[in-house]
Design a protein around this ligand. Sequence first.
Ligand SMILES: C[S@@+](CC[C@H](N)C(=O)[O-])C[C@H]1O[C@@H](n2cnc3c(N)ncnc32)[C@H](O)[C@@H]1O
Length: 212
Amino acid sequence: MNKAVVVNLIPITSPRFLGPELLTAMPDWQRVFGNHNPLVLEIGCGVGDFVAQMAALHPERNFIAIDYYNKGCLKTCKRIDKAELDNVRVVRAEVRGFMERCIPSGSLQGVIINCPDPWPKTRHRKRRLVNAEFMGFLSGFMRPGADVHFATDFDDYGEDVAGMMPAIADFANCLAPDLYRHELAGYPLSKYMRKFMAEGKRIYFVQYRKNL
Ligand SMILES: C[S@@+](CC[C@H](N)C(=O)[O-])C[C@H]1O[C@@H](n2cnc3c(N)ncnc32)[C@H](O)[C@@H]1O
């Protein structure tokens, strides 16, 4: 007999949290946010410090912060509730399934991926979220002119993504002629970026724009 796996999720009661019952079908995002502002998705928001900074800097944009880490979603909600950021909603889910169910194709004005899990062991690299296939997947959900931001502290991940992006026909490099930079003015730092910078590591920033 199969043993049932019991996952104890901490309940999240924030009004800015979109529970799974609200995400079984395509949400009406204009209704969710109460306006027509462009949508930006942050993938793997962790504890939400980055999205809180971005949302305060860009009240003219709506941010969906997604992570499948329950405690992270709870901390993100607490942070955005405290700051009363009405342009953020938090989703606890795996990103690919969520996007297929809940994001209309060609609708996103931005996608942000900061310090995704690096899977440092060579035999685990295929588990990395960001690769050419994933970029193709993301492109289908992005508007022409939308930006994708990728940042990592992990040399090998940064070089791989920076090296593979020029071959993806849908996108143009915003940082050209550089494939990546170690500093990006105006881009807030996330918890993991700060942690790795404190250890003396460099961050790789990669930024591309979907062609018009
Ligand atoms: C290393 S942490 C970085 C957190 C944050 N972006 C930062 O820079 O501080 C990566 C986060 O991505 C989340 N994550 C990884 N793969 C994911 C997926 N497929 N769907 C949703 N979240 C994911 C993890 O749960 C984790 O919280």
